[in-house]
Design a protein. Sequence first.
Length: 288
Amino acid sequence: MKPAAFEYARAHSVAEAVQLLASLGPGARLIAGGQSLIPALNLRLATPTHLIDIGGIAELRGIAVTGSGMRIGAGTRQAELQRSGLVAQHAPLIAEAVPHIAHAAIRNRGTIGGNLAHADPASELPACLVALDATIIARGPGGERSIAAVEFFTGIHTTALKPDEILTAIDIPSRPGNEKGHLAELSRRQGDYAMAGLACVARLKGNALQDIRPVFFGVAGQPVLAKEAKALILGRRFSNSITALRDALAKDLAPQNDLQASAETRLHLAAVLLQRCLASLSPEMRAA
């Protein structure tokens, strides 16, 4: 199929993009890498009146270490994240996640900002940023504002971005030296959407867990920080059994039945992923 007719404009700066977005109204959409939007246009699932191309804005790209952590420009390609030594050093969870995103051709064009704004519930990067306690930076006519990643994703393909705002950057706080990350997902084939996925960071003292942030994707409308499971894991009477983990996750997650898997299957897969994660992070917590 072909997309419905639309007007096209290219923005050369963030300020110009914000002005265009405000002046063209709710029918305008931003496009950067286009890896999610173009298929939606071709299927006429999206029918914007105007497309604003922000893919060439240099100030939206780049990875830099700051005084408080690391900042990633929203226009940075996913493939750049995969190659970056700074990302591997300061946010290895992201470096671990990127190869799971679709296929190389898509990662070469897709941007981190586009991925986050698209807010696919089965996407890896949103869950990673929630696990890393990252902050999303947005700019609109009223100026710049910061949104905690845990509050940014509000549902299936919906975010806390206002209609006249542009996602410009992601701030990831400095990581402590005793932190480990873990990312795993279960899908039918490499590059397929995950039936269940887990992005997790944990702080350890020796083999003992001091803190953990398990964030699931593919099992709800947005990334879910599993608070009940976290409380169980950090509890004194914790046992790394699949039954205990599944019972805790049943309070955190609300998976749906669909063509890929039943809700019960997704919940079980989530528990399996968490059990494997705990075993890899802290060997002494292996199930008996």
